[in-house]
Design a protein around this ligand. Structure first.
Ligand code: SF4
Ligand code: SF4
Length: 303
């Protein structure tokens, strides 16, 4: 079948960027946030969204989430968006296009599922068929019909295996008991830790983030192993361990490229000091017992 100009331009652009998974979806299948649409000054009525995913996994981090081992993906998205918009605008000057990656005016995970890129996991994450859940999501909003960008995916399965592996692997039990904290959110919080929160972070040994539910998910191994990102950005200037020596060696410009920089230095620094107390600094008191696995929950029947 002959490709339409927008479809061809998109194919060539994404191929050059090593972005392999994308699909158009009609706007009526998307859930928009009217407030965000207005704040983002989207001045056209969207007829379609082209959802694309940026797989980021390269290797597991030693004491930080896999996404934080690479530079902040916002840096990649910031240079991608204007070039992508210009490329589409050149092919279709009468069209309107806006690229979003994070802080999107639509529900990105649901749009990705509607586009046929993956399913929604019980851990709340999009799990793509090709790359699993180690992905960032982006989309192009446009007033062009979705078929201008390629064929629309027919409706298909939209949920995961419900196998329970993510809940069993979760170090805090928050997937079973929503009153419990997520470790990833804990490591990013600015407020001082309570003794119990400090014990959770120290026991988990994470300076930043948590991948436990993702690593346990069988859908994250579509070809037997965790798929490695083909996008060079995510392999450049990686760190696999974040410690005080690394943090202190970064000037402000270097620190600003880190995935954790948006929280400022004090947050990762506090976590590092908690995990690896500098000499002379008191560690977490001994009477704070680790709470890993102390929660209880009713296991959902596997089917
Ligand atoms: S990121 Fe970690 S703590 Fe949060 S839900 Fe997943 S396994 Fe649980
Ligand atoms: S581990 Fe199982 S239940 Fe959890 S998201 Fe993956 S497939 Fe779904």
């Amino acid at each position: 079948m002959t490709q339409q100009p927008l479809q061809k331009a998109l194919h060539n652009f994404f191929a050059a960027e090593h972005i392999e998974s994308y699909a158009p979806v009609p706007a009526e299948y998307c859930v928009f946030n009217a407030d965000k649409l207005r704040r983002a000054r989207v001045d056209f009525v969207p007829a379609s969204a082209v959802v694309f995913v940026l797989p980021y996994f390269v290797r597991r981090g030693e004491n930080l989430s896999a996404y934080a081992t690479s530079k902040d993906y916002h840096l990649f998205a910031a240079q991608l968006a204007p070039r992508l918009t210009a490329c589409l605008q050149q092919v279709c000057p009468e069209g309107h296009f806006r690229v979003f990656c994070d802080n999107s005016p639509l529900d990105e995970r649901r749009a990705a599922v509607a586009a046929g890129l993956g399913v929604l996991g019980d851990n709340g994450l999009l799990i793509t068929h090709r790359w699993g859940s180690f992905v960032f999501i982006g989309e192009i909003l446009s007033d062009r019909e979705p078929t201008a960008f390629g064929p629309i995916c027919p409706p298909q399965k939209t949920d995961c295996l419900h196998c329970g592996a993510c809940r069993r692997a979760c170090p805090t039990g928050c997937l079973s008991d929503h009153s419990r904290p997520c470790l990833s959110a804990l490591t990013q919080q600015k407020a001082p830790y309570t003794p119990e929160e400090a014990a959770i972070v120290k026991t988990a040994g994470s300076v930043w983030g948590c991948d436990a539910c993702q690593l346990a998910c069988p859908l994250n191994r579509p070809q037997g192993g965790l798929p490695v990102s083909p996008i060079p950005f995510f392999s450049e200037e990686r760190i696999e361990r974040l410690d005080r020596a690394t943090l202190d060696a970064w000037d402000d410009a270097a620190f600003a490229t880190g995935a954790f920089s948006w929280r400022g230095r004090a947050v990762p620094q506090r976590n590092i000091d908690l995990l690896y107390p500098p000499s002379g600094m008191a560690s977490v008191p001994n009477d704070l017992q680790p709470i890993r696995r102390t929660h209880t929950y009713t296991e959902k029947k596997e089917d």
